[in-house]
Design a protein around this ligand. Structure first.
Ligand SMILES: *Cc1c(COP(=O)(O)O)cnc(C)c1O
Length: 379
């Protein structure tokens, strides 16, 4: 039996104790037993969202929470700003357009981050912007945006700031209340180490004012209904019961480590991966000013087919990483650091990466990447 080591940027590996929790017999959701789980899950999520607002648990992949944000905040004809610097920013744009928003798109070169001043420029010109949609960690380009700086700008206006923190939460710092972010969305299958099926959304009073005024028809993702249910420690419809119970386990173990320590661990994995890339004579795709610790995107040598490399790592050696999308298809690999990954997983991945690079004819000092990462991890 071959291993299946997942270093993909979602879904992520599921630790054994969470797998065990997922295997428990089902319980009914309208019971005090399930309510205990919902209550603890909500408390644990608040700790990672760094908010006092309720965190609503939705039954969907991450995009469901993104759609919930757009369809509950935006009425047709509303003006919004969306940042498009990668696949997930593009998703905000498509969602806003789908719901009829007049969408001012700020295009950002792939590998770079939007700056707060670019957003301020648009907000200064257009006074009636209802919402600004940003991505905390753009998983397609490994870019992180300075959400604190963006929030400083948006907070002074009537616009609501909506952040896709789906791949960011639990991995990098995201202080919803302290920074003044109005809506944060996330999901279970990235930093929280769960199978896909739950998404999370927290919205503050400023956001709920807009939600209450919003005219867009909605039903399954009606956040007012979800909020009323949450106030009674309940959900409007059948939740992903087994995954919520497993979420309690993952939040317990993550909380026992603590936010700051988790952030530091992921930063260390990201740095070790970069050291390896440099030692192999490779460069990092993402601009130095905005590299995310959620994952690392490495430029592949000219002449190496990235799609073939990713496929060989996965199908021949059992190690899953991601390739590039769209215009960088075949040109980069993306190594995830999120969830239950440690330095030995990274070293195993790097060793496999070197093996396949070598097989494909790239000339380098075999073992140099592993050695550099090993050296960094042992400092
Ligand atoms: C994974 C991810 C999503 C959500 O994707 P789903 O496939 O719907 O779960 C959204 N944004 C970012 C930045 C992501 O990494």
């Amino acid at each position: 039996m071959k291993r299946n080591l997942l270093l993909t940027p979602g879904p992520t590996q599921i630790p054994p104790d969470i797998c065990a929790a997922l295997g428990r017999p089902i319980i009914h959701h309208r019971t005090p037993q399930f309510q205990e789980n919902l209550k603890e899950a909500n408390e644990g999520l608040k700790y990672f969202f760094q908010t006092k607002s309720d965190v609503l648990i939705l039954t969907s992949s991450g995009t469901g929470a993104m759609e919930a944000a757009v369809s509950n905040l935006i009425s047709a004809g509303d003006k919004v700003i969306a940042i498009d610097g990668g696949k997930f920013g593009e998703r905000w744009v498509e969602l806003c357009q789908t719901f009829g928003a007049k969408t001012h798109v700020i295009k950002v070169e792939w590998g770079k981050a939007v700056s707060a001043s670019q957003i301020k420029e648009v907000l200064d010109k257009e006074k009636d912007i209802k919402a600004v949609f940003v991505t905390a960690s753009e998983t397609s380009t490994a870019v992180t945006t300075d959400i604190k700086a963006v929030a400083d700008v948006v907070r002074k206006t009537n616009a609501v700031l909506v952040v896709d923190a789906i791949s960011a939460l639990g991995i990098i710092d995201m202080q919803m209340d302290a920074w003044g972010v109005d809506v944060v969305v996330s999901a279970g299958h990235k930093g929280f180490m769960l199978p896909p099926g739950v998404a999370f959304l927290a919205a503050n009073d400023k956001a709920f004012k807009l939600i209450n005024e919003c005219k867009t028809p909605r039903y399954y993702f009606d956040l007012k209904v979800a909020k009323d249910a949450a106030a009674k420690t309940d959900t409007p419809y059948t939740p992903a019961i087994g995954i919520v119970i497993a979420l309690v386990e993952s939040l317990r173990s993550m909380k026992s480590i603590g936010r700051e320590k988790l952030f530091a661990q992921y930063a260390r994995l990201a740095q070790g991966t970069k050291e390896a890339a440099y030692a192999l004579g490779l460069s990092i795709f993402t601009d130095k000013s905005c590299q995310s610790n959620v994952l690392t995107a490495i430029n592949l040598p000219a002449g190496i087919d990235g799609e073939k490399l990713v496929k060989t790592m996965r199908d021949t050696y059992g190690i899953s990483v991601a390739g590039g999308q769209d215009k960088i298809k075949g040109k980069i690999i993306r190594i995830g650091h999120m969830g239950c990954i440690d330095e030995f997983d990274i070293l195993t991945c790097l060793s496999c990466f070197e093996k396949v690079l070598n097989e494909m004819g790239y000339k380098f000092n075999l073992g140099a990447g592993v050695a550099a990462a090993q050296k960094f991890f042992n400092q």
